[in-house]
Design a protein around this ligand. Structure first.
Ligand code: ZN
Length: 313
């Protein structure tokens, strides 16, 4: 966490620039990405996942990730996060100054083979190599390293993912020396009780400080219910995306990640500070819509407007 970061009750990590943009066909111009980051930073957002260090041919939407990371690190107090699927991506992320790097580890082995072309034991070896590389860096150049336990709530290929498998893989990863693991409902299969069992189980096996964040999708409308459960359990970092951008190719009309605007409304009206000015955040949508006119943005709060007498935490 950059030293200048303001203390908030819940840190919202904006992932629209990575998870959202990688899920849509149109490519947002680099200048528009910069403008989006600057506007959302001005609205008070202090963590953003701005891209993914994968070969540009694989995800042309994120081909400018290195440039975007370097730009974002110029904003004081912003924690700049990026995804990296392997050691090569992690090296690039560190070289470009990312503060936080997340490596996705699919709890479903079929999903892992399909997306990363790697078995579970191969991913674990990759994570081991990543930890060794990070230890070789001077502390100041060492990004925080998180492994995201993706498809932890269910998989579109395998169906249910056994919870004891998630707990056991989380434990193995923590033993390798990663800074944190996070729980990811990649497919939007999750429900609040399942989230509670997974959070409590991982804390028991790995230690409370090793699990601070969750990554939720709203595919079946459970996103905010799951987010509320996470907050009640003391989870302090929630991923979300502006306008729920990205959607779900299998569920027309469903947003992608949980919608940042609705999440900020829920938390702030509950008295939990996020540091984000909701009215300013809603205005950021116009900029995104102008850059991507054919892309649908979701969110109830922006459509309905702020209630009379709304007061931030
Ligand atoms: Zn996601």
């Amino acid at each position: 966490m950059p030293a200048t970061m303001k203390k908030v009750d819940v840190l919202i990590s904006e992932v629209g620039l990575r998870d959202g943009l990688q899920s849509i066909q149109p490519i947002m111009p680099t200048a528009s990405k910069r403008a989006w980051i600057a506007a959302q930073y001005a609205a008070g957002c202090r963590e953003m996942e701005v891209g993914s260090f994968v070969p540009p041919g694989l995800l042309p939407q994120l081909a400018d990730t290195a440039e975007i990371v370097r730009y974002a690190t110029g904003l004081e107090g912003l924690c700049v996060a990026a995804l990296a699927p392997n050691l090569r991506g992690l090296r690039d992320a560190a070289a470009n100054g990312a503060h936080k790097v997340t490596l996705p580890f699919s709890m479903s082995e079929s999903h892992s083979l399909k997306n990363l072309n790697r078995t579970h034991s191969q991913v674990i070896e990759e994570i081991r190599a990543c930890v060794e590389f990070l230890r070789s860096l001077p502390t100041r150049q060492r990004p925080q390293f998180e492994v995201s336990l993706s498809t932890a709530f269910g998989c579109t290929l395998e169906g249910p993912v056994p919870e004891n498998r998630v707990l056991s893989l989380a434990e193995q990863v923590v033993e390798l020396g990663v800074d944190e693991v996070s729980l990811s409902d990649t497919t939007g299969y999750g429900n609040p009780q399942q989230l509670k069992r997974l959070v409590l189980g991982i804390r028991q096996n790995c230690g409370r400080e090793k699990l601070c964040g969750v990554h939720l999708h709203n595919t079946r409308g459970q996103g905010l219910a799951n987010a509320l459960m996470a907050v009640e359990l003391g989870i302090t970092t929630l991923d979300s995306s502006l306008g729920g951008i990205g959607g779900c190719p299998f569920a027309p009309g469903a947003s992608g990640n949980i919608v940042t605007e609705d999440l900020v409304f829920m938390l702030e009206s509950m008295g939990l500070s996020t540091g984000i000015d909701l009215a300013a955040l809603i205005e950021v949508r116009e900029l995104v819509s102008a850059a991507l006119p054919e892309v649908e943005l979701f969110g109830f709060t922006p459509d309905a407007g702020l209630p009379i007498g709304y007061r931030a935490a």
